[in-house]
Write a protein that binds this ligand. Sequence first.
Ligand code: NAD
Length: 446
Amino acid sequence: MKVAVIGTGYVGLVTGSCFAELGFQVTCVDKDAAKINQIEAGRIPIYEPDLDSLVQANAAAGRLDFTTSLHEAVASADIVFIAVGTPSRKSDGHADLAYVYGAAEEIAQAIDGYTVVVTKSTVPVGTGQCVEAIIRNRRLDAEFDIVSNPEFLREGSAISDFMQPDRIVIGARSDKAFVLMRRLYAPLENAGARVVTTSVETAELTKYAANSFLATKISFINEIADLCEAVGANVEELAEGVGLDARIGRQFLNAGPGYGGSCFPKDCQALIQTARDAANPLRIIEAVVEVNERRKWQMAQRIIAASGNSIQNKKIALLGLTFKPNTDDVRDSPSLTIAPALVAAGAYVSVYDPEGMKAAALLMPELHYAANAYEAVEKAHAVVLLTEWEEFLTLDLPRLRSLMHGRVFVDLRNAFEEARMQEIGFAYSSIGRSGLLPAAEIQVAA
Ligand code: NAD
């Protein structure tokens, strides 16, 4: 069975190389010739652990190739995945489907023989139907079925997420399409992956519901963390107490600077728009987005407050720019709000991130990009941990402290022990862990 994957980004490249690893013949297509040239030369354009070796091994085995010619790849494929971007449309927050529809137009011209056309991109409910109409309008003779097969991988652990998925969701209209898709995923299903078969529309909506639910968990725990600070409780112990309930689960209950990344922000926005269009507004998700937007600004205010209420002409060092560790993706990262807010408040902002600096520098040229964490913190008044990269967790903290001018350390990921940080001499603050009741109230309580 031959597979074509259109769009060789985070999802397309992982999908293509994983299907090749499972033994299928895969061609990955991208219209970005520089990207294809780079991959063919053995350089992977994104940072994703172990992806380079997976691509190289499968290319060397002759199961994986790359091209800019969508036509050739689609004409010879039995299954075509659309894995192009679906960013937020700036004007209204709807998913911008221009790339998906553009790919559908090109697929229509190339289809040769029965083909399953799968949207792996995250697309609003009804998109599959539009893709079908685009192909049908162009090619009355085309033999094809459309399928929705949303992707749930996480950047940073994309390969293991793809190879050991919690579930595989397949939405289709014909038995023939279901059979082909089940055959494609058989190695994973045989290894224990659960497959949910449903309609195209349900599959499309499932992806948005899943991401919005996870975003809800994050905004929920962030608000609870604020309450913990206000009443003298500890959000981490609370998260254990809550998350050990199997009905709730511990994951995504880590208080922090707000969610970001290429999926949650745009997917929540798109779901809100879909719901409004259907005259069925989702008030919970609307609140989740509002809480998250406000949170990023609050984090900048928190840093300013911890630095003595003014950061005018002070050096602030940010450790981490990506929205989470083990990716180079800075799309919608909280750093994109926090760093410019600190600059606007008069600070000299120096930053370091193991993988995200190239992308960040294009968006925030006003920051000072250091060669490593120690260089970033040199003579800084305050240090802020924004992303919990492993290399930050293993820093020589006394050395870090000795390089600084000031001693403020704002830990937005609760990565360090409060007592130890104080012992080293930091004026340390974290999220939802160090709240104390005002003295007067303690006396009343006593
Ligand atoms: P990306 O921006 O990294 O990659 C998209 C690629 O598609 C680009 O390289 C672009 O050049 C290419 N492209 C666009 N139109 C094309 C065309 N007509 N022909 C050939 N190539 C074309 O995007 P991504 O992060 O991989 O996301 C892709 C989709 O998967 C989105 O809908 C996203 O929401 C969804 N998704 C992403 C993740 C993630 O963690 N990044 C996880 C699950 C789902």
